[in-house]
Design a protein around this ligand. Structure first.
Ligand code: UD1
Length: 363
């Protein structure tokens, strides 16, 4: 079986690392029925600390193709990726194209494959924020529509697909658990403190990168004001996305806390293990907070990870300065209540193996 894996953005490196490892394990155990995986890196994320560090640390196989398509508008990026991925697929003729999550690279990969009638496998299918203004929502809805095998991380994702009528389609749908949980469990022993961090515990781990927040002056200003206030009580540690740094500089928004360069996965795990709470607009970090039993405040108006809201470990605060400050004080108390973090919402850490076993059976 030949699989082409399309990845391009930071969270996809983390997810793909687990599946590539499961493929290697499968090949060791089944030399006569092995899987050939070729990785295509679209180039959406290209800085060393947004891309290379993940390949090195997580031992992701070197990409067979690096397309170098990063930056530019959404249409231009997706279009250029589509064109280049099609060339690779025509040449390699894989049995499956594997795509992850909801980025422009996901949609470009799925679309290129579907138009060539190559079966599309979508890992992290069925998630919805129900906010069509988010580029990610458009990417994930369209990708699900043209996927042949949909690997969902949660029951909520399965139900979302049912509600959209997927049961009457010919595609195959499975709840396999969340590959990010696999990654968190497997790499946890390798966590390491970033050199750029001067605190050892009791800090707020903050990330901001959603277009909705970074490209809106009012929202970004409110968020930074709130974090400035929080920093007076609880040190803020903020690995900053290149776009957020750029926008803050352009708008002369000045934080009183230190923004550090983006960190690798092992450093992020250290930050998660040692922080008091997480404040973020990332999708992945909301779950990672849960994996490491830390309360989370989400600076968005919706989340795809509604189970965390229901469990009471995550609160949606939008970009309201007062809510961000108020809730950050409130949720810190949750850290003493481990029982809130014990449900197996995201599977058992075996999602990548489930995916490979199912793909082998389907073939
Ligand atoms: C993308 C995904 C988002 C995901 C995020 C993870 C889409 C629509 N969005 O958002 O779902 O949560 O990745 O980080 O695909 N840049 C650099 N260096 C880099 C990477 C980006 O300078 O290594 C700059 C780009 O040139 C661009 C900006 O940052 O100006 C945004 O990058 P882009 O890939 O468009 O989207 P993200 O915000 O990273």
């Amino acid at each position: 079986m030949k699989i082409i894996t399309i990845i391009g953005a930071r969270p996809q490196f983390v997810k793909a690392a687990t599946v590539s490892r499961a493929i290697l394990e499968h090949n060791k155990a089944n030399p006569l029925n092995s899987i050939e995986e070729l990785i295509v890196h679209t180039g959406q994320h290209y800085d060393a600390n947004m891309s290379d560090v993940f390949f090195t640390e997580m031992e992701i196989p070197k990409p067979a193709y690096t397309l170098g398509v990063g930056g530019g508008g959404h249409g231009a990026m997706t279009g250029r990726q589509l064109e280049k991925i099609e060339e690779v697929l025509l040449k390699e003729k894989p049995d499956y194209v594997l795509v992850y999550g909801d980025t422009n690279s996901t949609l470009a990969g799925a679309l290129a494959a579907a138009k060539l009638h190559i079966p599309v496998v979508h890992v992290e299918a069925g998630l919805r924020s129900f906010n069509m203004k988010m580029p990610e929502e458009i990417n994930r809805i369209l990708t699900d529509q043209i996927s042949d095998v949909l690997f969902c991380p949660t029951e909520t994702a399965i139900n979302n697909l049912k509600n959209e009528g997927f049961e009457s389609k010919t595609c195959q749908i499975f709840n396999v658990g969340d590959v990010m949980y696999d990654a968190a469990m497997y790499y946890s022993p390798k966590s390491k403190k970033p050199n750029s961090v001067n605190v050892d515990n009791n800090f707020a781990l903050v990330t901001i990168h959603r277009a909705d927040n970074t490209d809106n002056v009012e929202r970004l200003t409110n968020i930074v004001k709130a974090l400035n206030e929080i920093h007076l009580q609880t040190p803020v540690v903020c690995p900053i996305h290149p776009r957020t740094r750029k926008m803050m500089a352009e708008l002369s928004i000045v934080p009183n806390f230190e923004m550090i360069e983006p960190v690798g996965y092992f450093e992020m795990i250290w930050l998660l293990k040692n922080c008091a709470l997480v404040i973020t607009d990332s999708g992945g970090l909301q779950k990672e907070a849960y994996f490491f039993k830390k309360p989370c405040i989400t600076m968005r108006d919706q989340t795809e990870w509604v189970e965390l809201i229901e469990a009471g470990v995550n609160q949606l605060v939008g970009a309201s300065q007062s809510l961000i400050v108020e809730k950050s004080v409130e949720v810190k108390k949750l850290i003493r209540d481990n029982s809130s973090f014990n449900k197996e919402i995201y599977g058992t850490g075996n999602a990548a193996n489930n995916i490979i076993e199912l793909l082998v059976d389907l073939k």
